[in-house]
Ligand binder design. Structure first.
Ligand code: ATP
Length: 445
């Protein structure tokens, strides 16, 4: 299927215009592949993170939450394999000084050989042979910038979970099988970032590591695979746009026994946005070896000792927000006019409802304000009294607000208002003092 670049362009423009996503430091010309979330975007992403936390931590007795620091002891990254292996092969052009991934499809010929041609300046024979480049961001801790003071910005949140595995186990009095979940920032000095917020240099991950007895890992792996797909269905994402991709032997990471990517059909093709991995006992064994601290589990029933296996679910909060935005974007014809509507699942929509006085007189503005003030104590709602009612509906369609509440002449007399459904466009009359429970029922889903 050809890439629908047009759709991406429209989405990027809507995201900026309506305050979902802005480019970082835009007034200075922007910072490459770093993005900021505006008033609507921050609500969308926060709703996704809260929904994930609720389903992973609050709704499960066997998963505990954690919030580990971004900076960690540098030995963590030796143990995890990131210092040696978190690399991409890169080539440099000696003429124009640009840098590319060795597998950049725009390169003609073999880098390092005289026939190779730089895709930017077109020079021949100026590309170096591939060299390995580490994707971790480095910085220094303390006042002296020397090798001994190097620390890294974590490239994944998972390691914060492994190094706290014993602390959490003991503090929570869990027994295996149990899991630890965490949401947090991760940083990767990506060489070919792009596609809007798909691949960025600073992003948030929502990761859960489930510790199990060796031999039961296969079953748990299947369990978590199914759970995670269900969770995405629950966000209202179109099912035909979701699929699993199983890693081939060549694709499997050195630590993984089995791995599936959960993929979405973006306008630029099918790509991963979550990974479910059977990581065997690789992580805890390595941390035991590098730290010298025993990380074995003693099974209280059988008195067996073992290093637990880990089944991991790892999903990007930003990439999920992008999936949800791509999936929600629709152009429809309504009453002979085209409207752009973001069909977000009401539970994750940034705004739950908007309140409009039909006209700014005859007691309607005062009643609309009162209803707005009442609703905002329960939901994130918006008040809009400017422009024609049709224009106001369209603005909320673009923001993805599921319900539009209009206070009209009848409202002033009998206290009822109309509630317009964003998707069906049907309107129903509801008593103003019943709105909190009326919306509450609809938003529960
Ligand atoms: P990719 O192959 O796309 O680089 P990956 O296989 O390296 O991803 P993981 O290390 O498994 O990804 O990370 C888990 C999840 O974290 C990904 O599915 C994605 O949602 C998110 N993620 C990883 N790298 C980035 C990035 N640079 N920008 C945004 N999200 C990311």
């Amino acid at each position: 299927m050809p890439a629908d670049n047009n759709l991406m362009e429209k989405l990027v423009s809507l995201a900026k215009r309506r305050g979902f996503v802005f480019q970082s430091s835009e007034i200075y010309g922007g910072l490459g592949s770093v993005w900021d979330y505006g008033p609507l975007g921050v609500e969308l992403k926060k709703n996704l993170k809260e929904r994930w936390w609720r389903s992973m931590v609050h709704e499960r007795e066997d998963i505990e939450g954690l919030d580990a620091a971004i900076l960690m002891h540098p030995k963590v990254w030796e143990a995890s394999g990131h210092i040696a292996g978190f690399t991409d092969p890169l080539v440099d052009c000696k003429h124009c000084k640009n840098r590319f991934r060795a597998d950049d499809p725009r390169i003609k010929g073999t880098p390092g050989e005289p026939d190779a041609q730089c895709p930017v300046c077109g020079s021949r024979g100026t590309l170096t042979a591939p060299r390995l480049f580490n994707l971790m961001f480095k910085t220094f801790m303390g006042p002296v910038e020397e090798a001994a003071a190097v620390v890294y910005l974590r490239p994944e949140t998972a390691q914060g979970i492994y190094v706290n595995y014993l602390n959490v186990l003991q503090a929570s009095r869990q027994k295996i099988p149990f899991g630890i979940a965490q949401i947090g920032k991760a940083f990767r000095n990506e060489i070919t970032p792009g596609n809007f917020t798909f691949r960025t240099r600073e992003f948030e991950q929502m990761e859960m590591q489930f510790f199990v007895k060796p031999g039961t890992d296969g079953e748990w792996f299947e369990f978590w695979k199914a759970q995670r797909m269900e969770w995405h269905y629950g966000l209202g994402i179109r099912r035909e746009k979701l699929r699993f991709h199983r890693h081939t032997t060549e694709e499997l990471a050195h630590y993984a026994k089995d791995a599936y990517d959960l993929e979405y059909e973006f306008p630029f093709g099918w790509h991963e946005f979550e990974g479910v991995h059977n990581r065997s006992d690789f992580d805890l064994s390595r941390h035991q070896q590098f730290s010298g601290k025993k990380l074995e589990y003693l099974d209280p029933a059988t008195k067996e000792r073992f290093i637990p296996y880990v089944v991991e679910t790892s999903v990007g909060a930003d990439r999920t927000a992008l999936v949800v935005m791509c999936d929600a974007y629709r152009e429809e014809t309504v009453e002979g006019e085209t409207r752009v509507v973001m069909r977000f699942h009401p539970a994750i929509a940034p705004l739950k409802a908007a309140v409009f006085p039909l006209v700014n007189k005859d007691g309607m503005p005062e009643l609309a304000r009162r209803i707005f003030d009442d609703l905002r104590r329960h939901f994130n709602v918006f008040h809009d009294d400017s422009g024609s009612i049709g224009r106001r509906y369209r603005r909320q369609d673009e923001a993805g607000t599921p319900y539009g509440i209009t206070v009209d002449g009848q409202s002033v007399g009998d206290g009822t208002v109309t509630v317009r459904d964003r998707d069906t466009l049907r309107q129903e009359r509801v008593a103003g003092d019943q709105l909190v429970s009326h919306l509450g029922d609809k938003l529960k889903m």
